[in-house]
Design a protein around this ligand. Sequence first.
Ligand SMILES: Cc1cc2nc3c(=O)[nH]c(=O)nc-3n(C[C@H](O)[C@H](O)[C@H](O)COP(=O)(O)O)c2cc1C
Length: 333
Amino acid sequence: MSLTTSYLGLTLKNPLIASASPLNANLDNLRRLEDAGTAAIVLPSLFQEQIEGDDEVRQWLTEIHADSSPEALSYFPAAIGEPYGVGPERYLDLIRRGTEAVSIPIIASLNGSSLSGWTEYARLIETAGAAAVELNMYYVPTDLRESGQDIEVRYSEIVDAVCGTITLPVSVKLPSNLSAIGHFATSLVEHGAAGLVLFNRLMQPDIDLVHLKLTDTIDLSEPNEMRLSLLWTAILSGRITASLAASTGVSTSADVVKCLLAGADVVMTASALLRHDVGYMSILAGGLRTWMEERGIATLADMRGMMSWQRSRDPSIYTRANYIRILEHYAPH
Ligand SMILES: Cc1cc2nc3c(=O)[nH]c(=O)nc-3n(C[C@H](O)[C@H](O)[C@H](O)COP(=O)(O)O)c2cc1C
């Protein structure tokens, strides 16, 4: 049996990728992820705010110490807390040490919403040895005058700029709250994206009623959050040239199977690993293997996209017809 798949032009031993999370900032975890059968690892992000902070530090140092060296930057705290406070210099070091520690591909992640500094760091990331770059353009459009088109143009410009600067494959971790996901996905591919991660998970604040402030805790995802990714993976599968990574809510090996049947090239998970520890990846891999064995499926290619919109005998199940059917048949308890 072969679980081999291709993602961003990289050949992976199976479709299981550890998504960006603090777990992946630790070298021991990277090794344990590899031992548990993980095929590739996305490092936690280097944030635009860290890059901008770095520029400010650089400028300040240059002004007051004409002889300052880049190493001096490492003495300055980054604006964001550990492990996200690793700062640009230490981030590059994490890539270097990560790629030495494991033999599976290490994907770096750049996280921001405007162009500043991305291309310079994309180049440094390439030099540091990452196998690919994932762009997370996390953005909450609070400006009521800003249109969807404005935002999409900005995203495309970032993809253009990064893809024009490095030879590494670039993936885009998409938000799900877009009005025309298929059109934008196609456009990102035209701008150079080699892969799409469906989807990024937006933090939704809650209100602490005791202290009357927004809560600052992060909830891990729940399994039913996977449905949106499943829907769009199925709709896009076979219809765009980019690799597809299903992400958010993937909690069990059954979820992995579903994403592959919908048409994902790879499946990513963070919350399940944070919940069960990194060794859980071997449970996901084992479950996938068992499911394929039980059905006599020899390769991933034999099952990938079997349930996609394009190959479905009844594509209406992905659209309005099914919506109406579901509502009609709903029986209140
Ligand atoms: C604690 C935590 C830290 C995360 N850090 C990052 C990050 O640095 N960069 C990023 O792109 N995504 C980050 N994510 C998002 C995950 O990579 C993933 O996209 C999201 O959690 C949905 O997948 P899941 O349902 O498998 O958790 C983080 C998620 C969690 C829970």
